[in-house]
Design a protein around this ligand. Sequence first.
Ligand SMILES: Cc1cc2nc3c(=O)[nH]c(=O)nc-3n(C[C@H](O)[C@H](O)[C@H](O)COP(=O)(O)O)c2cc1C
Length: 175
Amino acid sequence: MDSSEFFDFLVSRCSVREFDGREVPDADLSYILDCASTAPSAGNLEAWDVVIVDGQEERDHIADAAYGQEHINRASLLLVVCANYVRSMSRYGDRGILFAIQDATIACTFMMLAAHARRLHTCWVGAFQEEEVREVLDLPAHVRPVAILCLGKGFPSGSYTERMPVVEHVHHQLW
Ligand SMILES: Cc1cc2nc3c(=O)[nH]c(=O)nc-3n(C[C@H](O)[C@H](O)[C@H](O)COP(=O)(O)O)c2cc1C
């Protein structure tokens, strides 16, 4: 893949919120998880974990925890990506909290792009009540749910979501 193909690959991804409901093939799921495990992480501690959720009851509860976002129910499965604080804090102390969140975020990004490479669709969901998700999934205290990635074969809208001009992000030398 050359750099222009890479850019096209990125631009052609979009969040999808309508899904056909068919199961995600095991080979695709394995590929997505293998890609996530290539992600960089602080000290290579890989302070992230993922809970694969395909049970209807659990998804109903998670959709409630996410303020009724219906694409959570429409997706074939959910990848609930978590920061594992203990794994990172054991070496980095308080800074490990930030590192674990970053590790989880990068892993989730790799999952999202890996799904795109397999011609599957995703929607990253960040708006949810953590305590409710924690309870539904029986997460231990040292694990924080960071993102819910809705996954499945979906129906992209076909329209590109505009971005602000990149120069507005960029500062030279000083802010
Ligand atoms: C941190 C984060 C939180 C997000 N939370 C939600 C969410 O709760 N619900 C939702 O439908 N989309 C959510 N999104 C998806 C964004 O709305 C979407 O990425 C953005 O509008 C750009 O569109 P695109 O992904 O199609 O390029 C979230 C994305 C990120 C990165």
